[in-house]
Design a protein around this ligand. Structure first.
Ligand SMILES: NC(=O)c1ccc(N[C@@H]2CC[C@@H](O)C2)nc1
Length: 254
């Protein structure tokens, strides 16, 4: 997976290239993240990267020429990458609250592109013509406003990295990510067996793998029913899931 990033603060991306699962993926060559800074394309003495909005109003926008140059370079580099490791075209993504809301299905779709350019805006955003001319897809990580697109871009880097084969310890943990199955995660426990009088559910101590799998599935189904029932609307439950959810509901009927 190759990810090109266009950002005025490329150092921020150390957070994904140097730490944890994503840092190890980069170290092992399973993922590569390269950055292009619009400021490197600024030709004026002040190396300006922002510009005033037509029509007035508060704040500034990203300067068009420096931003477009950075996007073009990143896209060209991505096409070189694509040429080498596969014919997947480069998709240029802009992060903004006006984009399509990201969910795990969207992560799967973005990971399938294999060569991504993520454009992180600052100030009040970017010129609409740059979106029309240079951006392929606009995505949002949620309905809230941030000061820059860098954190949303890093969220994307992390989420897609987890789907790259070999990145997670054992592939099962990607599938087991219950959100991948459209469900909320089950409760987790580790030592000690008792914390302030609260014990670990006995089933998890018994070592009966079939019982443990069913318990975890029941908890995921039940939690989803309790906290995010709308997620269940989109799901077709098999016989076992239906039975486990019915059991959970009976046990929790208020
Ligand atoms: N919810 C989100 O994904 C999101 C993305 C970007 C963002 N802020 C940037 C700063 C200026 C403009 O480029 C947009 N805020 C929220």
């Amino acid at each position: 997976m190759w990810i090109g990033v266009v950002s005025l603060f490329p150092e921020m991306f150390d957070a994904v290239t140097r730490y944890g699962v994503t840092g190890r993926a980069v170290e092992r060559g399973l993922m590569r993240i390269d950055c292009w800074n619009p400021r490197d394309y600024a030709l004026d003495r002040h190396r300006s990267v922002d510009d005033r909005p037509y029509g007035g109003g508060p704040g500034m926008l990203m300067k068009v020429d420096t931003l477009r140059s950075a996007i073009a370079e990143a896209r060209r580099h991505g096409e070189e990458q694509a040429g080498q490791d596969d014919d997947a075209p480069v998709r240029v993504i802009y992060l903004s609250p006006q984009g399509r809301k990201l969910d795990q299905e969207g992560v799967r779709q973005l990971a399938s592109y294999r060569n991504l350019v993520l454009v992180a805006g600052r100030y009040e955003g970017i010129d609409e013509r740059v979106i029309d001319l240079d951006i392929d897809e606009e995505w949002s990580i949620g309905d809230y406003v941030l000061s820059g697109g860098e954190l949303p871009a890093m969220v994307l880097c992390d989420a897609v990295a987890r789907l790259v084969p070999g990145v997670l310890g054992h592939q099962a943990s990607a599938e087991e990510d219950s959100f991948s199955a459209g469900l909320l995660d089950c409760p987790h426990y580790t030592r000690p067996e008792e914390v302030d009088g609260q014990r670990v559910p006995e089933v998890l101590l018994g070592g009966h793998h079939g019982e443990i799998r069913r318990w975890r599935l029941k908890q995921s189904l039940g939690r989803t029913w309790q906290r995010r029932p709308e997620l269940l609307q989109e799901m077709i439950l098999d016989r076992e899931q239906r039975q486990l959810l019915d059991e959970f509901i009976d046990e929790h009927a208020s």
